[in-house]
Design a protein around this ligand. Structure first.
Ligand SMILES: Nc1c(NC[C@H](O)[C@H](O)[C@H](O)CO)[nH]c(=O)[nH]c1=O
Ligand SMILES: CC(=O)[C@@H](O)COP(=O)(O)O
Length: 167
């Protein structure tokens, strides 16, 4: 289902674990800062709405989406008690192929972080053709991908907790 057929901000709290005991790291790219700040706010508000305690949410900024990989890796390494990390970025197509390489690099990098660490990293990186598409997905007509990422983060933190129970 394409984003245009769903609202990224809609969630049913009855299907989401209580977030009060989870600790969240959020790494935010400064490129397209208006978009990434809106994504962060959507994520933060959803975490709080689902029971997270604001003191259990730590935020770091990085220059651009390509640096999200290193920032998330250091976030994983720096905090023993984190349950999940959210990577927030906005990549918008320019004149050249740089878009392709940034998107591929951050996608593969975050995938690798999930494979190589016990702390999951949620992919909240918009990869848009136009600024309007980014606006539409960071609180506009399609909702907020940050909200969607927060819900995914809570569910993955719960899955990680449940998995430890079976070890
Ligand atoms: N064009 C965008 C970038 N480019 C910058 C890279 O992410 C990186 O910071 C630079 O290549 C130095 O390593 N980043 C975005 O997040 N969004 C863009 O649209
Ligand atoms: C995603 C990018 O790096 C891109 O926005 C940079 O723009 P350009 O391809 O025109 O250099």
């Amino acid at each position: 289902m394409a984003t245009e057929n769903k609202n990224l901000s809609q969630y049913d709290k009855t299907t989401i674990p209580d977030a009060k005991n989870f600790r969240f790291g959020i790494v935010v790219s400064e490129w397209n800062e208006t978009i990434t700040q809106a994504l962060f706010q959507g994520a933060f508000d959803a975490l709080i709405d689902c029971g997270a305690i604001k003191e259990n949410i730590v935020r770091w900024n990085v220059p651009g989406s390509f640096e999200l990989v290193y920032g998330c890796k250091k976030m994983q390494e720096s905090f023993d008690m984190l349950d999940v990390v959210i990577a927030i970025g906005s990549v918008i197509q320019g004149e050249t192929k740089h878009f392709d390489f940034v998107c591929e690099g951050v996608t593969q990098g975050i995938k690798d972080l999930n494979l190589n660490s016990d702390i999951p990293v949620i992919f909240c990186v918009l990869t848009d053709n136009t600024i309007q598409q980014s606006i539409d997905r960071s609180g506009g007509k399609h909702g907020n991908k940050g909200t969607e990422a927060a819900i995914a983060a809570i569910k993955m933190a719960q899955l990680r907790k449940d998995a430890k129970f079976y070890k």
